[in-house]
Design a protein. Structure first.
Length: 327
């Protein structure tokens, strides 16, 4: 029997907030269409605050919390890349958002995935998380193929999406406990880790609802949620957007520490100075295709900056035309 999670005040079916919440949960739980279930007595099974959440518990969530014998066990495939995609495509109305992507990210790598707006970065991450299916091609994460090992993969990745897909009617502590429980942590451990992460990310106002958080605080909370289950692979879409210099420095230090302990980070960002400082390898995507890939030294060629390379590769045809009235 699954877990009962009651609707939150302020969440109407089909509201933008509820749709965002559903989308975020799919990155952990599974695809649309799985069944729902509730406790017989209607009482919450996690925590009073979390119980106010919403009514989208799925059968796949239940299996994640309580694996059946022989199913969704911890599969380890050593000596394989963290990410391996081949001929990956995603079409919308016949137009390719991602067009024949081939990409290999070694384990233990801090990998930067760059491109102009609309190049296909977020679409690629959504396919890697299983949020949207590819039109064609193959995806393997940590040696496991999507979608055959979808739940096991999702248990071992941490996600920071580009959108702020958080539950506004919860406090930060309630949200982190919820995420920890959904990843299978026992409640005492989920609570303990939630408090440690709130302290680490300086989000100590325990009674403050997420709705009252600034954009930077929401990004820090999203990163905390990505860490709570100690994943092997992080997928991060613009994690530093809206974060102040102090918060960004803290987040960078945490990510570098995760790489030192063997984790892999797949990062998209428009702040090229950050990518240049953090990443070992970089791929540049434009119009859905990889147009340049290599180590930082290989891309820069010993001279110039990453920004120079990026502009040369994807912005060579863009010229500045002075406006008469701005003189």
């Amino acid at each position: 029997m699954g877990r009962a999670i009651l609707p939150a005040a302020g969440f109407s079916a089909g509201s933008s907030r509820e749709r965002s919440s559903r989308a975020w949960s799919l990155a952990i739980f599974g695809r649309r269409g799985a069944g729902t279930s509730a406790c017989r007595d209607g009482t919450p099974a996690i925590a009073p605050g979390v119980a106010r959440l919403w009514c989208a518990t799925r059968v796949s969530t239940f299996y994640m919390l309580h694996p059946l014998p022989g199913r969704y066990t911890n599969i380890c495939v050593p000596d394989t890349p963290a990410i391996a995609v081949h001929d990956l495509r995603k079409l919308y109305a016949g137009k390719a958002a991602v067009d024949g992507l081939d990409l290999v990210v070694p384990r233990g790598c801090f990998f930067g995935f760059l491109g102009p707006n609309g190049a296909g970065k977020s679409t690629t991450i959504r396919m890697l998380t299983g949020l949207i299916p590819p039109s064609s091609g193959s995806i393997e994460l940590l040696g496991l193929r999507l979608p055959e090992h979808e739940l096991e993969i999702k248990r071992r990745i941490g996600l920071v999406p580009d959108e702020s897909l958080l539950f506004d009617r919860l406090t930060g502590a309630e949200f982190l406990e919820f995420v920890g429980r959904m990843y299978g942590l026992a409640r005492p451990m989920a609570i303990e880790r939630a408090q440690s992460l709130l302290d680490l990310f300086e989000l100590r106002e325990k009674r403050k609802l997420i709705a009252e958080y600034s954009k930077g605080m929401r990004k820090r909370l999203a990163m905390a949620a990505s860490l709570i289950h100690h994943p092997d692979l992080f997928l991060m879409d613009e994690p530093f957007e809206g974060v102040d210099a102090v918060g960004a420095r803290l987040m960078k230090d945490i990510l570098l520490d995760q790489v030192r302990r063997g984790a892999t980070i797949f990062l998209t960002s428009h702040v090229l100075e950050v990518v240049e400082r953090l990443c070992d390898r970089v791929a540049i995507i434009d119009n859905g295709k990889i147009v340049r890939e290599g180590s930082m030294d290989e891309l820069r060629g010993g001279t110039g900056s990453l920004e120079d390379v990026f502009v040369r590769v994807v912005g060579a045809g863009h010229e500045f035309h002075e406006l008469e009235w701005l003189r």
